[in-house]
Design a protein around this ligand. Structure first.
Ligand SMILES: [Zn+2]
Length: 499
């Protein structure tokens, strides 16, 4: 019996175990099968699957300014580009299925816009609609493509970005080449702190028309606020990374994930997400002249977390410092990676119907009367006016909404995609209960349905629970979403285990 009789399965084991020698051996055998005594026929060798990946970054910086910028309570305009915005796409292909992941330098993108981009990308690549994950980075310094608080979207810019997202996925798909893939995590504790605090009774910031007449919790209470008692939840300090490189070890793409809200930047800017994308390439030794490289940063579960430690005196930081710290953590993770020549891919998607926390007829009437008397048709100017307007807008919503949830399995890495601003405790629970050895949570993906406070956070009140287009899902939404995501993660895990 020839020792090479079962060479196909032998090489598969070598390849899947991440052995680079296995990849090259399989390549040599496929090119020169006659070199191997008793080697299997060519078709047997062809069954060894080649893992491919492609990545692209397409510029989505607006050509004309000024434009309204999303992220604040009242409307604000940008008339200068501080640094460019991009749609950054990564396409992975295990020889059986292809999946696309695209991160967009935007604050929030509505589901219908993302669905339209997927249709365009599907026409261009053939990748099924339910194998694309498209998410916003959550930079607060990009033009509005969705109505949030006092800022209305720009339909022209939204249409432009929709086309560019599809273009990024198409370009990434076209650039697929044999690739090795690996994943790992490290920590960056310097820039992730719970921004929600329990306050002394009667001292928490309270705004009319929010559905919360009394509040115990306050967001960003300030460093000198002596009424602070304690933070409302944990944060996830993980920097989780997915690395893609050529079989020769040159960096092709790198997807990072961190759970801080954003760093802050002059408008218009990709915030620290854009700086990270550049910096991680430098740290990995990427040489764009030789091998094009695309760095990507995604937002983890940062709904209640930001860079500011209110338990300590103020400190200076900016997007460059945050990006450097996160990139250094990503580099530490990278050094732990054992890249694989092949990894099985699986992706699951489902829709989940959830109730909308609508105002009562009385609350609606009070808000309408207030707006008629105080605001009429002018833009809102403060928190109270904003929440009166939001009460009316949420009142116009349907009683239920369908949200899109996804899970991707890449061998030992699970990715959960959540269309909400998710809390740290939720992210940690998903990671703990996921069947995967390592799990990455990507928030604000495939739509934007507001904050997702766990049920125990609603009685505390505070900004993230206040009824608005930024927080309208039923109070029981979080456990339903977690249960569904865990089911999807399990399905992808089992699909990969079956091979
Ligand atoms: Zn935000």
């Amino acid at each position: 019996m020839s020792p090479f009789q079962n060479v196909d399965s032998f090489l598969k084991v070598l390849c899947r175990s991440g052995c680079r020698a296995g990849f090259w051996l399989s390549w040599v055998i496929s090119m020169f099968p006659f070199l191997i005594p008793g080697s299997p026929p060519a078709h047997a060798v062809d069954t060894i699957r080649t893992f491919q990946a492609g990545a692209a970054a397409v510029d989505i910086t607006p050509a004309t300014l000024p434009l309204r910028v999303a992220g604040g309570i009242v409307e604000s305009w940008a008339d200068k580009v501080e640094d460019p915005l991009h749609a950054r796409a990564l396409v992975l292909d295990d020889g059986r299925i292809a999946v696309a992941i695209c991160l967009v330098d935007s604050c929030l993108m509505p589901r219908d816009m993302i669905d339209a981009a997927k249709v365009l990308a599907q026409r261009a690549t053939g990748i099924p609609l339910d194998r694309m994950l498209i998410a916003a980075t959550h930079t607060h310094s990009a033009p509005a493509v969705m109505g949030v608080h006092g800022t209305d979207p720009h339909p022209d810019y939204r249409e432009f970005v929709t086309g560019k997202i599809a273009e990024a996925i198409q370009e990434a798909y076209a650039k697929r080449q044999p690739a090795w893939i690996g994943w790992a995590a490290d920590q960056c504790t310097e820039y992730v702190f719970c921004r929600r605090w329990i306050m002394k009774p009667g001292t928490a910031f309270t705004v009319p028309f929010t559905g919360c007449p009394e509040n115990q919790a306050e967001m960003n209470p300030g460093h000198l606020n002596e009424n602070r008692v304690k933070q409302t939840g944990p944060v996830d300090p993980a920097v989780t990374v997915l690395s893609v490189q050529t079989p020769g070890g040159k960096p092709l793409a790198f997807l990072g994930n961190y759970s801080t809200h954003y760093a802050g930047a002059p408008h218009i800017s990709a915030d620290y997400f854009g700086v990270f994308a550049q910096r991680i390439g430098e740290l990995l030794g990427a040489d764009p002249a030789e091998t094009p490289f695309v760095g990507i940063m995604s937002n983890g579960t940062s709904g209640d977390a930001n860079c500011i430690d209110f338990s300590k005196p103020p400190r200076d930081f900016d997007r460059f410092m945050v990006a450097e710290a996160v990139a250094q953590a990503a580099l530490r993770a990278y050094h732990k990676i054992e890249h694989h020549a092949w990894a099985p891919l699986a992706m699951e998607e489902t829709l989940l119907e959830l109730g909308v926390r609508k105002p009562t007829p009385n609350e609606l009437q009070e808000a309408r009367d207030y707006l008629e008397k105080n605001v009429k048709d002018r833009p809102i100017q403060n928190w109270e006016e904003n929440y009166a307007r939001e009460t009316v807008l949420v009142g116009q919503m349907p009683d239920t909404v369908e949200i899109k949830l996804q899970a991707i399995g890449i061998d030992g890495l699970g990715i959960a995609a959540i269309p909400c601003e998710t809390f740290g405790s939720t992210g940690l629970r998903l990671k703990e209960q996921s069947p995967f050895p390592l799990t990455m949570n990507i928030s604000i993906a495939n739509g934007a349905h507001g904050y997702l406070p766990p049920p125990d956070q609603f009685p505390l009140g505070g900004y993230t629970t206040w009824r608005a287009r930024t927080s309208y899902l039923e109070t029981g939404a979080e456990p339903k979403i977690v249960d569904t995501l865990l089911r999807l993660l399990k399905q992808t895990w089992e699909a990969n285990a079956k091979g």
